[in-house]
Design a protein around this ligand. Structure first.
Ligand code: MGP
Length: 238
């Protein structure tokens, strides 16, 4: 299990603040809210800290995905697994027949796999290293009729915080248009985790005429951490 594995050089389990680079000390201070089992040996790369979804938020999203997905959809594809925060929460709901988790960066993928073992949910997840658009097209296509997509893409770094309204057209490296276009060719049920200040008009552009999409803000400490937009046939919150 976990403790016999060898971590790649860019992967760390920081145990004291002296070891932690200054720009992630703020995240490290919140490590137990990010991963409640951090002390069991959670792995992260330094870059993965910026994008990891705190566990309470990951649980809220996972519970909603489990409740709001139509009965005939039993596969969840997590397109940007990162260090595994969302993937683990999805698996913990036990709702999905299979979870397919994709991550481009091999070291970050190793973190996700390792972290899923710590939470005892690794057996529910099939991992892919590579580009999510390519993997959806070429390896998961047959599963499309049974699938929903969750994607927590890169937002172009923590600089998103300085924007009053976050421009989803210039989001790097993938714009909302690119994400939505690629994903909606695979399944209409697409949940996207985006900055709290995301431009509502840009999100609305992809909602079919007369239809609706639910936008949910996920809050901690009295403010929104981020939002999730649920496109397609997800049921609304009660
Ligand atoms: P943050 O604003 O960098 O953290 O990210 P902080 O300092 O907790 O902000 P505060 O103002 O709430 O104190 C807030 C949350 O957004 C993080 O916990 C992540 O879940 C998420 N997040 C941040 N970034 C930069 C990304 C990103 O690039 N991609 C994704 N998918 N999520 C991100």
């Amino acid at each position: 299990m976990a403790d016999t594995e060898v971590a790649p050089p860019e992967v760390h389990h920081y145990q004291s603040i002296e070891e932690v680079p200054w720009d992630i000390q703020n995240y490290w201070a919140q490590r137990h809210r990010i991963f409640s089992r951090y002390d069991d040996g959670i792995w992260l790369t330094d870059d993965a800290w910026f994008g990891v979804t705190p566990e309470p938020v990951a649980h809220k999203i996972a519970n909603h995905m489990a409740e709001a997905t139509p009965e005939d959809r039993c596969i969840l594809v997590d397109c940007f697994a990162g260090a595994g925060g969302n993937t683990i929460a999805f698996a913990q709901t036990r709702k999905w027949k299979r979870i397919y988790a994709i991550e481009k960066n091999p070291a970050v993928l190793q973190c996700a796999q390792h972290n899923a073992e710590i939470y005892g949910v690794g057996n529910q997840i099939t991992w892919f290293q590579g580009d999510c658009f390519d993997i959806l097209q070429n390896q998961l296509k047959d599963l499309a009729p049974y699938s929903v997509i969750f994607a927590s893409p890169p937002w172009g770094g923590p600089g998103y915080r300085s924007d009053h309204v976050f421009n989803l057209s210039t989001m790097e490296p993938y714009s909302l248009k690119r994400l939505y276009k690629e994903y909606s060719m695979f399944t209409p049920l697409v949940a996207l985790f985006l900055p709290r200040t995301s431009d509502a008009r840009q999100m609305a552009k992809f909602v079919p005429e007369g239809d609706k999409a639910e936008v949910v803000h996920y809050c901690m400490d009295g403010h929104s951490k981020a939002l999730c937009i649920y496109y397609g046939g997800f049921a609304s919150h009660n």
